[in-house]
Design a protein around this ligand. Structure first.
Ligand SMILES: Cc1cc2nc3c(=O)[nH]c(=O)nc-3n(C[C@H](O)[C@H](O)[C@H](O)COP(=O)(O)O)c2cc1C
Length: 314
């Protein structure tokens, strides 16, 4: 069956630099979601969000912007902003599990508030022609909360609902709830996308066999850890390319150069790269050792030396 692979947004990781480098060097992703825009009480878009969505920074990519909010006016403001940039769709985040978000009744903390969801969708669809899609968890407290949201969503022309098959209070702990995702498939006619723990070609095949009607698959952390993954899925291959380290090195250097230009000071640059290596280390034969070596590098010189040694050893 034909299918679409989507890059699930990760705040702090899947910015335009990452998206462009991944697409150019490895490919395999059809559409990238940009990390969410969150307004801080004012109708102002922060410059970092602006830079991330500028058409010239995304000109070879298919990108869908995302918002996190519980306010219709914010939704309308951001819709207008992204439409002016040429985007046709805005994805609404009802998945974020972090207390700073959920305590304000946003992200997965909004799933149980069907009245508010309805009120926002009603106003947005009355006052804007933006295409709305959703990204949700199954609920905050229970995996059934989402089932009460479907009848609301079905009243509007929602393009699709991407479901991360966990609940908010799990954060990222524990496994995905596949039976609960099946209950979603069985209980709505909305177009559903699957998201959660696709980290290998084998895992992708397992999910594809389990949910044969799903043809859109979102990959989040698995793409940071293994940027080769989507092209290997598409090529139906369990083998890395022969020049694996050469490609990884090009990818690393592209990101490193980009962040060295945009971030000020070695502390920020090294912190950014350390975060990436928490994921990157997974494709090396001794992830723990690789991560430790990177963490030990406290200066630019030591960092560059550590990366050279890691890449050489493969
Ligand atoms: C550090 C981090 C940042 C994230 N930022 C976002 C975000 O901005 N928007 C969003 O919808 N999901 C965000 N997510 C959730 C992921 O997109 C994804 O739904 C989740 O990690 C499950 O998929 P995976 O198992 O393939 O990673 C984030 C996850 C992590 C770990």
């Amino acid at each position: 069956m034909d299918y679409t692979l989507l890059s699930s947004p990760l705040q702090g990781f899947t910015d335009f630099r990452f998206r462009n480098a991944q697409n150019k060097i490895f490919g395999g992703i059809d559409t990238y979601y940009a990390p969410y825009i969150r307004l801080n009480g004012k109708l102002v878009i922060k410059s970092s969000y602006q830079r991330d969505l500028l058409p010239e920074n995304n000109n070879t990519l298919e990108v869908i912007p995302q918002i996190i909010t519980n306010d219709a006016d914010e939704f309308l403001f951001v819709s207008k902003y992204v439409q002016e940039l040429g985007y046709k769709e805005l994805n609404w985040n009802l998945g974020c599990p972090y207390p700073m978000v959920t305590k304000c009744g946003m992200g997965s903390g909004l799933i149980s508030n069907t009245e508010k969801i309805n009120q926002i969708l009603h106003k947005v669809h009355n006052e804007s022609d933006i295409i709305v899609s959703m990204k949700m968890r199954l609920g905050y407290d229970t995996t059934e909360e989402i089932l009460d949201v479907f009848p609301i969503l079905e009243k509007y022309p929602i393009k699709n609902v991407a479901i991360h098959a966990r609940i908010g209070k799990q954060l990222y702990k524990g496994g995905v709830h596949l039976d609960a995702f099946q209950a979603c498939v069985d209980n709505t006619k909305l177009k559903l996308y699957y998201n959660g723990d696709i980290t290998s070609v084998a895992k992708f095949k397992e999910m594809q066999a389990r949910f044969p009607t799903i043809d859109h698959w979102m990959i989040g952390r698995g793409l940071i850890a293994d940027p080769f993954l989507p092209s290997m899925i598409k090529n139906d291959s369990f083998e890395y390319p022969k020049n694996k380290m050469e490609l990884f090195s090009e990818f690393h250097d592209t990101l490193y150069e980009g962040y060295s230009e945009s971030l000020s000071g070695s502390t920020h640059i090294l912190l950014k790269m350390h975060h990436l290596w928490e994921y990157f280390s997974v494709i090396f034969s001794n992830p723990h050792k690789v991560h430790k070596k990177i963490k030990k590098a406290k200066s630019i010189r030591n960092y560059e030396q550590a990366v050279a040694e890691i890449v050489k050893a493969g």
